[in-house]
Ligand binder design. Structure first.
Ligand code: AMP
Length: 417
């Protein structure tokens, strides 16, 4: 049965907490952005305040074996500073029995990188490239078998389990999903995870109409499942950025050298058909800022999005598109945004994405619920200084994308189930 941090009695208990401390490090192993550490603090501090002790576990990078480059010892100092108590370190996540047993209320222990062990991800490592199917099958079965022991060991350190790692919630790994089975009555979400789940529910389950989704970015192929789910749920679907040109081509438009995926034209047509059938307003770019080369200094001009000349490519949404989209955004009660509407990394083509960030901020001020979820749109609102002017900015790239595809994430199912 799922529990909740606020009502759970942590007195004298040890909580094993899965966090996402996968922070970027420079060549001197210094943290260059500690956002992920800071965002886990409310959960960890709450357990300590309520008389519990925390055993913190995370992955860092993608080590394929024990590799000091990916050691979590590099971050112990920063975690201690943020938490306000000295954090102990266990240099092998499978050999922390004594340290875990000795933990007293108010104390914290950080386990070494979970991904030093293949069992965390449950995928075999070191298979020869020419391994036969039989060998692959046997290796997979072996790692799955030892995964049980791996997870059981982690679970043995604690009385309860908290998952606060939304960024890995779409993976059915040992520490993100399987471990929950050992705590049938003592498992819960951390605050960060709860916030992310609520944010998605605020749009997809309880969103007030009109609901608008703005989907941009480079490729239709990477967001096809997102579009297929959203077209069933929203009132307005704005499709911009590079992926928009596949839709414009599917409508018979001339798109010059713009990014597009011919093989996805049938899927784009199907999404447009469903939108029509459901009465969803699907809004594509009507005016595009094109360039004669893919670089910031290229020559540019504004053209109708369906009449892009040969030798020119769409780089950003033009003012007429942005005016249409602004009207839609400001008349919505719920807005979800994923993906930039132009090549925002180049200052000359960032105007459209900046305008969307401004429109979302204004809609939020007027009382709309606005969620910015996933990858580059998160970087864009953060860089542009709008992160605190929208209702929620998600921390989980792939996990957020899968959540808006409508999938139940294994890390979420493990706690709720
Ligand atoms: P995604 O990871 O799919 O959200 O895509 C983000 C990327 O899409 C960013 O790097 C943008 O530069 C890129 N992008 C947005 N609009 C365009 C466009 N019109 N042409 C090429 N790339 C674009």
């Amino acid at each position: 049965m799922q529990q909740f941090i606020d009502s759970y009695d942590f007195t004298g208990k040890k909580a094993i907490v899965r966090v996402d401390f996968n922070v970027p490090l420079n060549e001197n192993f210094e943290i260059t952005d500690d956002t992920r550490i800071r965002r886990a603090m409310p959960t960890l501090k709450k357990v300590l305040e309520k008389g519990g002790a925390v055993i913190i576990m995370s992955h860092l990078g993608r080590p394929k074996k024990v590799d000091p480059k990916f050691s979590l010892k590099h971050i112990v100092g920063r975690v201690s500073e943020c938490l306000g108590v000295p954090v102990q370190f266990a240099d092998d996540c499978q050999k922390a029995d004594a340290q875990a047993a000795a933990l007293k209320p108010g104390e914290a222990l950080l386990l070494e990188n979970l991904r030093y062990y293949a069992e965390e991800e449950g995928k075999p490592r070191g298979l020869a490239e020419d391994a036969s199917d039989e060998e692959k099958k046997a290796a997979k079965a072996a790692v799955k078998a030892s995964q049980k022991e791996f997870v059981k060991k982690l679970a043995s350190y604690a009385d309860c389990y908290i998952n606060d790692a939304f960024g890995t919630a779409h993976r059915a790994h040992g520490s993100t999903a399987l471990i929950a089975d050992y705590f049938p009555n003592d498992k819960m979400f951390g605050y960060l995870m709860e916030g992310e789940i609520k944010a998605v529910d605020n749009v997809l389950k309880n969103g007030q109409h009109p609901i608008t989704a703005i989907i941009g970015g480079s490729k239709v192929s990477s967001k096809l499942a997102v579009l297929e789910n959203l077209v069933q749920k929203v009132d307005n679907l704005i499709i911009g950025g590079g992926m928009g040109y596949t839709f414009i081509k599917a409508e018979g438009g001339q798109i010059g050298n713009s990014l597009h995926e011919d093989e996805l034209i049938p899927q784009a047509q199907e999404i447009m058909r469903i939108a029509k059938e459901r009465g969803v307003k699907l809004s594509l770019s009507v005016e595009t800022r094109v360039a004669n080369d893919f670089n910031n200094e290229a020559e540019t001009k504004l053209v109708p999005s369906h009449e892009i000349p040969e030798g020119w490519e769409g780089m950003d949404a033009g003012p007429k598109s942005l005016a249409n989209w602004r009207e839609i955004i400001l008349s919505s009660k719920t807005v979800l945004w994923n993906g930039p509407v132009g090549v925002f990394e180049m200052p000359n083509f960032a105007k459209g994405t900046l305008q969307i960030a401004e429109d979302l901020a204004e809609a939020t001020k007027n009382g709309a619920y606005t969620l910015v979820g996933g990858g580059d749109s998160v970087a864009a609102v953060t860089q542009m200084g709008y992160a605190d002017k929208v209702s929620y900015v998600s921390t989980g790239g792939g996990a957020m994308l899968e959540a808006i595809e409508g999938k139940e994430l294994p890390g979420v199912a493990a706690i709720r189930g």
